[in-house]
Design a protein. Structure first.
Length: 66
């Protein structure tokens, strides 16, 4: 099997193009800012949370006073 120099050159060119594209893709992903996560809690959920916290505090106070 004979490998000609132009075949080696062609493979090298394709490899160089691939590396350049990969480097460009890595640079683009590093520069992009990730979107911030947003969490919204409904009024009902807030109300339940406050009631649960109050219950825990009352129970803790009762247990400590015994």
């Amino acid at each position: 099997m004979t490998i000609n120099p132009f075949q080696i050159n062609g493979v090298a060119n394709v490899y160089n193009k691939f590396l350049k594209q990969r480097i460009n893709n890595l640079l683009e992903t590093e520069q992009k800012e990730e979107p911030q996560d947003v969490v919204s809690i409904s009024a009902e959920a807030k109300k339940r949370s406050i009631i649960n916290q109050a219950k825990e505090e009352v129970l803790k106070t009762i247990k400590e006073s015994e």
